[in-house]
Design a protein around this ligand. Structure first.
Ligand SMILES: O=C(O)c1ccc(O)c(O)c1
Ligand SMILES: [Mg+2]
Length: 611
């Protein structure tokens, strides 16, 4: 369908916004009045810039506090409306959004509003423009869409229809069922916003916390399906009031929004059974989802010195081979593969890439391209495997690898692959990968992994640490062979970031592994005595076992699904490893222990104290 976005959704000047909106691939936009008023461009300039950028102006908004007012106020409101209609003609926009009155309405009965909206409609007809009436969730007398529809129905004028905004409808918990009763041609405009679930007054929630569809908690495909089923065929338009988006780079916010709409169209097709109506035919499908089945490898920058190799060796990894042409090494243990890229010469050890296994690489590449992800083909020579990557919002490259039996095809580029060592492996596979996110881009990241890879939002945690709040969101595939934890990294009062990416590796016997790795010379993150005292107050743990856990700095969590044991290596650059054991169906990440880890890591960072 036609895609559109309100200028209020992104930061920058009006010109910067329009360039970003056009570049992201939108067809049109809603002009937010403040962006017009504060612009040095005349309405005619804006119109011609929009033409040059290939954008239509789909809506002028908002027109506030019109209906249900005193006679004298009505006269002023009609005069105000005439001035707006004039500006609309100069801009070349034919629809204005009128929000339900939040302040000056004087009559709770509908009749006054009906009469006055009737007058406005006649004036609109004279100017050849249309009014889309929107019930704001905090409207004084009109705050639900069914109420706004009964008023529009009563006015019964061709120039007056509705604007349905998912925020106002879903924040009030209104049923979508009545949308089907509205004739499609009376729905003049559809605005889309998602939001996180919050217990907050609707005004604050709406003005600060809206999200692009797919980044929050609501079922936006069901909303779009309801509007389309009613016969709506106009633009799908994003109207997102969000403080963070407005602080971000306009081009990134606009791209995130466009990706959100394209994904929403695709998801709406996925839940609709009837595709026969013309309006359904306007929905664009995306290339089929290729959900990753597992991690293929992790790529690391080694940093200065040999600390990374020492830690990998202590963890039980073995050098499986060296790349024939590049300064790249493959280290393996069990099914875990770690690629050390010595061509990267940054001073710190760092996680730079993640390889995932998918069934159809070409289709995934097409999907990523359709969603305007940044594709990064690997530099190869003949005889080497093509390996495409997309750059995730946290600048980590995600490589698309084929489903593998034992070794992926690219591993043949590594000379002298060792046959599996006879040594008992301590660790079996990569369980999850935790990645730092810039605070402005966590919502974009969530959508990125949902839309391109079809990962599902699993869980969210906000952890109060010594250096601020760590917001954490986890994403998984259905069978939990891909788990990503995305962590927003706060900057401490000293301006430094105390935070790392990490790779969690599984074992089937945590204490045995802890002993083995310590005898290999691995330094683990120390856990305070107080933690173990508290643990005994919460869980029944055998004394000897507890003593061993304490000796080896093993942490514990338990819930109705099962038990969880884990310990951490000391940080290496901006990276550390976690060793975990899941017992029974435990599905989480030991989030209840995260504050202890964060404090221990900060202590090392502050004192420079590596045991
Ligand atoms: O918050 C507001 O005032 C506002 C204005 C226009 C809208 O379309 C809307 O949904 C909210
Ligand atoms: Mg709105």
């Amino acid at each position: 369908m036609k895609t559109s976005i309100a200028t209020v959704s992104i930061g920058g000047s009006l010109r910067e916004k329009l360039v970003a909106i056009s570049r992201a691939g939108f067809d049109g936009y809603e002009i937010f009045e403040n962006d017009l008023i504060s612009s040095p461009m005349s309405p005619e300039d804006i119109r011609s810039l929009s033409d040059d950028l290939g954008l239509t102006i789909d809506l002028y908004q908002p027109f506030r506090d019109f209906e249900g007012v005193s006679e004298s106020q009505l006269a002023r409101n009609l005069k105000r409306a005439a001035a707006k209609f004039d500006v609309m003609k100069r801009l070349g926009v034919d629809t204005i959004l009128a929000c339900s009155n939040v302040g000056t309405a004087i009559d709770p009965s509908d009749q006054l509003a009906i009469d006055q909206l009737g007058k406005l409609s006649e004036m609109a007809e004279f100017f050849d423009v249309k009014i889309a009436y929107e019930a704001l969730a905090w409207g004084k007398f009109v705050s639900t869409y069914d109420h706004s529809w009964s008023i529009v129905q009563a006015v019964n004028h061709a120039s007056l229809g509705l604007c349905l905004d998912s925020f106002h409808i879903l924040s009030r918990g209104s049923s979508l069922d009545k949308i089907a009763e509205i004739p499609g041609d009376k729905i003049f405009f559809v605005q889309l916003a998602d939001a996180p679930l919050m217990s907050l007054d609707v005004l604050t929630w709406s003005r600060h916390y809206r999200l692009f569809p797919g980044e929050g908690a609501w079922d936006l495909p069901a909303f779009v399906l309801a509007a389309i089923s009613a016969g709506y065929s106009g633009p799908l338009s994003l109207e997102i009031f969000n403080d963070t988006y407005r602080q971000g780079a306009p081009t990134l916010t606009a791209r995130d929004g466009h990706r959100s709409l394209k994904t929403l169209e695709d998801e709406t097709i996925g839940i609709s059974s009837s595709h026969s109506q013309t309006s359904f035919k306007n929905l664009d499908p995306l290339p089929l989802l290729q959900v990753p089945r597992g991690f293929s490898f992790v790529e690391l920058q080694p940093g200065e010195g040999d600390q990374l190799v020492k830690v990998l060796s202590a963890l039980g990894f073995e050098l499986a081979g060296a790349h024939r042409r590049k300064a790249v090494e493959l280290w393996t243990q069990g099914d875990a593969r770690i690629v050390i890229n010595n061509d990267l010469t940054g001073t710190q050890a760092e996680l730079v890439g993640v390889g995932v296994e998918v069934a159809d690489i070409d289709t995934l590449t097409e999907r990523a391209r359709s969603l305007k992800a940044r594709l990064k083909p690997r530099d190869i020579e003949s005889g080497e495997e093509e390996l495409v990557a997309v750059e995730a919002p946290n600048n980590i490259d995600f490589y698309f690898g084929e489903l593998t039996g034992v070794n992926p095809k690219w591993s043949s580029e590594f000379a002298s692959l060792n046959s599996k060592s006879s040594q008992e492996t301590a660790l079996t596979h990569i369980d999850h990968i935790a990645l730092r996110q810039p605070w402005q881009r966590i919502d974009e990241s969530v959508l990125f992994f949902r839309s391109i890879f079809g990962l599902e939002i699993d869980d969210g945690q906000d952890i109060a640490s010594e250096f601020g709040l760590v917001r954490s969101r986890s994403l998984v595939n259905k069978d939990r062979t891909i788990r990503l934890a995305l962590n927003v990294t706060p900057t401490g009062a000293d301006g430094r970031q105390t935070f790392s990416d990490h790779i969690a590796l599984s074992t089937v016997d945590i204490l045995k592994t802890a002993k083995l790795l310590r005898s290999n010379g691995l330094h683990v993150l120390r856990v305070p005595q107080n933690y173990y005292e508290d643990l005994t107050s919460k869980f029944e743990i055998d004394k000897d076992r507890l003593k061993e856990m304490q000796d080896f700095d093993v942490l514990f969590d338990s819930n109705e699904d099962g038990n969880f044991f884990h310990f951490y290596t000391q940080p290496i650059g901006s990276l550390f490893f976690e060793i975990i054991q899941r017992v029974d169906g435990y599905d989480g990440y030991g989030a209840s222990n995260a504050f202890v880890r964060l404090s221990s890591q900060r202590a090392i960072d502050v004192k420079g104290l590596v045991k």
